[in-house]
Design a protein around this ligand. Structure first.
Ligand code: NDP
Ligand code: PMR
Length: 372
């Protein structure tokens, strides 16, 4: 059964182009693929996404979850049948706290996975893994700072040098800067939330796709954590400021706040909106990866909203009153609350099954983007 509306964001998908057209806009269409030299990797120009301007409108096509039912190719069906005795290797970004750590724990405890914790703070990650009791032989911490594209490339090189196969990638790390008055920037000068949450993960995913392709593991997957707050077809997604990618003019200009706006849609900086925009990009990226690469590779591409984990470090920059009231508000009023442990189990479960030769999510996440 198809998942619904993983990334439904009508306002971002069919937007009137305002003002002058930007000559380089066409180049940005794959959420950073051609944003600048930093992010150029697709050597096949014909492989571009179908997002195009036509008659003054940016049309990206309907956005559905990547996890929509698809029929596996013959190769893939054969792979499904293959038995792999080795442990799977799963990379989880931002596994030093919250959802990433809980997912690492849930996967390590199955005894079937070796978790590569891709983290910016090595010591914090080591301590966190120990604190939650992940056995030493079940994890490796590797340095990864998603706010630096050089660090992403370095990480990929280091990982390849380890000689380990890569079977699953979970893009989980994120920053949320709702109270920032001014934008801050990544090493390459992109606004920090979109730079970290989307562009860093985009480059990582694009590079690691080759490694996933080479894996002989039966269920290879690339998962990005999305958020309900980017879905304007939900109540949560309608809390201002709403996600909106506009005509992508800020992204086209480099998100640097100098030659262009630091916001994707070209507007005034707003940290909460930048986060929501970044999550829309994450969800759309998985949709596009699915469209481009699923059939050919058999890899499952998905985005997931795990529920509202109101107690994590994600809200560390929010005002103290918000941090006090947000957990009870989500627990007792919206009932969208989930514990870190439960959310970790959900993310750990995101997989496809081969029942009836079709893929299907087996998680039970309580929002429309993940209903079965
Ligand atoms: P946390 O703040 O606990 O976890 C975020 C993780 O990302 C931390 O480990 C952090 O590292 C890491 N991180 C941040 N910046 C970078 C960077 N530049 N390079 C590498 N790692 C980085 O928050 P959550 O666990 O809540 O968030 C996890 C995911 O879940 C995010 O994608 C978030 O958007 C998503 N999500 C969360 C929801 C919630 O209600 N909490 C709801 C919906 C989605 P460090 O430990 O060093 O700070
Ligand atoms: Mg939201 C129907 C319910 C619902 C759900 C599931 C969420 C999830 N929120 C809901 C409703 C509301 N929220 C309502 C009615 C309000 C107005 C009072 C509201 C407010 C609100 C704020 C101020 N909510 C928030 C914030 C944040 O700063 C959080 C955010 O947007 O972070 C990006 C947030 C969230 N609400 C959620 C979830 C899951 C979040 C955190 C989103 C994330 O971490 O990705």
């Amino acid at each position: 059964m198809a998942l619904q509306a993983a990334a439904l964001l009508p306002s971002a998908l069919s937007v009137h182009k305002e003002g002058k057209s930007n000559a380089s806009l066409k180049d940005t269409v794959f959420f950073g693929a051609s944003l600048s030299d930093h992010l150029k990797f697709d050597s096949n120009p014909t492989a571009r996404t179908k997002m195009e301007f036509s008659q003054g409108k940016l049309s990206i096509g309907p956005i559905r979850a990547q996890t929509a039912v698809t029929t596996p190719s013959m190769n893939q069906a054969a792979q499904e049948g293959k038995k792999t005795l080795r442990k799977g290797n799963v990379l989880i970004t931002g596994a030093s706290s919250g959802l990433g750590l809980a997912t690492a724990k849930a996967l390590a405890e199955t005894g079937k996975w070796h978790v590569i914790m891709g983290c910016r703070n090595f010591l914090k990650a080591e301590k966190a893994a120990k604190a939650v009791g992940i056995a030493k032989e079940n994890y490796t911490v590797m340095h990864l700072d998603l706010a630096s594209l050089d660090s992403v490339r370095q990480f990929v090189d280091n990982f390849r040098r380890s000689g380990k196969p890569l079977d699953v990638v979970v893009c989980n790390a994120a920053v949320y800067l709702p109270t920032a008055k001014e934008p801050t920037f990544t090493a390459e000068g992109f606004e920090l939330s979109v730079g970290t949450n989307h562009l860093g993960h985009f480059l990582l995913s694009r590079l690691l796709l080759d490694d996933l392709k080479q894996s002989d593991y039966p269920s290879r997957r690339l998962i990005i954590v999305g958020s309900i707050t980017g879905n304007t077809n939900t109540l949560a997604g309608n809390v201002p400021p709403k996600a909106n990618l506009g005509d992508l003019r800020g992204l086209a200009g480099g998100l640097n706040g100098i030659n262009s706006s630091s916001m994707i849609d070209g507007g005034e900086f707003d940290g909460a909106k930048a986060y929501k925009d970044s999550k829309v990009c994450n969800m759309l990226t998985m949709q596009e990866f699915h469209r481009r690469y699923h059939e050919e590779t058999g890899i499952a591409f998905a985005s997931l909203y795990p529920g509202c984990i109101a107690t994590t470090g994600l809200f560390r920059e929010h005002i103290p009153l918000f941090r006090l009231l947000f957990p009870p508000f989500q627990k007792y009023i919206t009932k969208g609350y989930v514990s870190e442990e439960e959310a970790g189990k959900r993310l750990a479960q995101v997989r496809r099954t081969s029942k009836n030769n079709k893929y299907k999510f087996t998680n039970t996440v309580n929002h429309d983007m993940c209903t079965q």
